[in-house]
Design a protein around this ligand. Structure first.
Ligand code: FMN
Length: 331
């Protein structure tokens, strides 16, 4: 059983932190669909320390989401430690995670995100100071390295372990790769073989088979799923069931997908109000529609909707059309 700093997870399937996606509305759905751990979207250390309203709202954790890992990012030890202390005292998150993977220039030019990966000693100092300052377990999410010439995944993970970090999640790409190419799971295995804290492997897990393969072939303690779960929380459920029973539940019907899309939207409306939620929901609706038949025009039309009612009508009109089409005409 995967255990992170005394927090026991009921299975090794972890929802990846995703900015603009992993708020309580989606995290709760991931939890409903069985994820053993859900990770929140990254929050700026400076945003927390300046008590920026948006940042503080991002720290909200619904009891039903637990166990939950809350991720912070920043480029300076002092402010990261202070933000971690704030999260430790003022939130009911179970785990504090530090982002060392974000590749975006706006973040790395402040020495945050993937920039940490260039200096294992700095990682050690920062993680040790954070672990000293808080009660909750501290973990790190990292990429394998900065670029092909600077792959310090093993040294960096060992630095996290020496500093008292409770686990590492490793995305098998470098910062320079962004999201291109394929994740390098051989490096993730090298990390697994070189530390004794839990290692959660991440990158390109698209099917339940990929998850099982990752656990069995690379020996990781957990699998973290990001893009595979966008508009597709069934990916989490089907993976959990496959790992438990060896059988994969059926894919959802189009109506089931839209019902969950609407549940997602309603939770987002509760959280952010209709104006913001419906606009945010456009990208999610397009993801929920992915893989369904005849979605050409509906996927464009979601981008024009501004109210819950309009969005609901569009999606359910589409479903009625699909359900009225004989199976042999669906393409
Ligand atoms: C929309 C989006 C937002 C992301 N935001 C974060 C983030 O806030 N923190 C983080 O550590 N990684 C973030 N990531 C990276 C993912 O957690 C994950 O490492 C990456 O997508 C690879 O996993 P996958 O192949 O399963 O998607 C983000 C990825 C996506 C697609």
């Amino acid at each position: 059983m995967l255990e992170i700093g005394g927090i026991k997870l009921k299975n090794p399937v972890v929802l990846a932190p995703m900015a603009g996606v992993c708020n309580p509305a989606f995290r709760l759905i991931a939890k409903d669909f069985g994820a053993g751990l859900v990770c929140a979207e990254m929050v700026s250390d400076k945003g927390i320390l300046h008590e920026n309203e948006k940042s503080l709202k991002m720290l909200y954790v619904d009891e039903r989401e637990k166990p939950l890992s809350l991720q912070i990012f920043g480029g300076e030890r002092e402010s990261l430690v202070a933000a971690a202390k704030y999260v430790d005292k003022n939130t009911n998150a179970d785990i504090i995670d530090i982002n060392m993977g974000c590749p975006v220039p706006k973040i790395t030019k402040c020495d945050a995100g993937a920039r940490w990966l260039l200096d294992p000693d700095k990682i050690y100092e920062m993680v040790a100071a954070t672990v000293d300052a808080v009660q909750k377990p501290v973990t790190v999410k990292m990429r394998v390295g900065w670029d092909e010439d600077h792959i310090f995944a093993v040294q960096n993970a060992q630095a996290v372990e020496r500093a008292g970090g409770a686990a590492v999640a490793v995305h098998g790409r470098t910062r320079v790769q962004m999201y291109e190419g394929r994740a390098n799971w051989d490096i993730i295995k090298q990390v697994k073989d070189s530390v004794s804290i839990p290692v959660i492997g991440n990158g390109d897990i698209e099917t339940p088979y990929d998850a099982k393969h990752a656990l069995e072939t690379y020996g990781v303690d957990g699998v973290m799923i990001g893009r595979g779960a966008l508009g597709n929380p069934w990916m989490l459920y089907r993976t959990v069931k496959f790992l438990e029973t060896g059988e994969i539940p059926e894919e959802p019907t189009p109506r089931e997908k839209i019902d969950i899309c609407m549940l997602h939207m309603d939770r987002l409306i509760d959280l952010k109000g209709e104006y913001v939620a419906v606009r945010e929901m456009r990208k999610h609706a397009a993801w929920y529609l992915k893989g369904l038949p005849k979605t050409g025009s509906v996927r464009n039309e979601v981008n024009t909707k501004t109210t819950r009612e309009e969005m609901s009508k569009l999606l359910y009109d589409y479903i009625e059309e699909v359900e009225a089409t004989p199976a042999d005409k669906v393409s």
